[in-house]
Design a protein around this ligand. Structure first.
Ligand code: NAD
Length: 257
């Protein structure tokens, strides 16, 4: 399989799953556009390193996915967008009565509304090229719920719903839209939840990992960023041309329970 000549724009890709997906698509020959809102030297250096390693074009575009106009500018600044990976996301954990409104608004904006704006901007670009892939990184929390994650679960269920709509609107074109639903992956986003959950439940780190995070992941193993990258690459392949409007779980059996 080769993605040579394709350009992939990956939101929130200076760490974790986004970076793993960027690396895998670059390995398959795609040019990649990395994104975050941080605009640090190391963000640009990451793009240079990927270009070097895989012999593709790799650039970094700073854009804040909590702002609709930045989301749309990212697609314009990318210069091309055959593959759109909506990945940027944040988390906050609190009981609903204590959930800060600004955290709710930020999670809905970054984890869900950003995909509305990027997809709206990217579809005309894909249509002009006659090929496209929209891949939304949702979550097992796009299909199930956990306590204390009201905004995250709402945003992830929302993005799964939007994925189906995009698939229907592009059904008769060579464009597909799907959502990948990871279970727990050990990335900075999850690392950050460990101390919060330790406090919430009064547990040590190992107990939180085993009994809270991986409690619902029957494999008892974290999924990896490489596995998520491989799943995204599969959805870009010819074999996946008729896979659209669906979710693929990479969750060690979580949603089979
Ligand atoms: P991460 O914290 O490593 O990465 C999040 C990325 O989003 C970073 O690159 C960060 O720079 C970017 N980001 C955050 N706010 C942004 C903003 N305003 N504008 C632009 N970029 C922004 O976390 P991750 O675990 O790699 O998460 C990536 C995605 O995968 C998220 O949507 C998350 O919900 C989803 N996910 C993660 C897991 C997991 O267990 N790690 C499980 C299911 C789903």
């Amino acid at each position: 399989m080769s993605l040579q000549g394709k350009t992939a724009v990956i939101t929130g890709s200076n760490s974790g799953i986004g970076l793993g997906v960027a690396r895998e698509l670059a390995k398959q020959g795609a040019h990649v556009v990395l994104n975050s809102f941080t605009d640090r030297d190391e963000d640009h250096a990451l793009a240079a390193e990927i270009a070097d390693t895989f012999g593709v074009k790799a650039t970094y575009v700073s854009a804040d996915m909590s702002k609709g106009e930045d989301c749309r500018r990212l697609i314009a600044d990318a210069g091309a967008c055959d593959i759109l990976i909506n990945n940027a996301g944040i988390q906050h954990v609190a009981p609903i009565q204590d959930f800060p409104t600004e955290k709710w608004d930020a999670i809905i904006a970054i984890n869900m509304s950003s995909a509305f704006h990027t997809t709206a901007a990217a579809l005309p670009v894909m249509r002009a090229k006659g090929w496209g892939r929209v891949i939304n990184i949702a979550s097992a929390h796009g299909l199930t719920a956990s306590p204390y994650k009201s905004a995250y679960v709402a945003a992830k269920h929302g993005i799964v719903g939007m994925t189906k709509v995009v698939a229907l609107e592009t059904a008769q074109e060579p464009i597909t839209a799907n959502a990948i639903c990871p279970g727990y992956v050990l990335t900075p986003l999850v690392e950050k939840q460990i101390p919060e959950t330790m406090k919430e439940y009064g547990m040590d780190r190992e107990t939180v990992v085993k009994e809270v995070l991986l409690q619902r992941q029957p494999s008892k193993e974290f999924a990896t960023t490489e596995q998520l990258g491989g799943t995204a690459a599969f959805l870009c392949s010819d074999a996946a041309a008729q896979i659209t409007g669906t979710t693929i779980s990479v969750d060690g059996g979580w949603t089979a329970l």
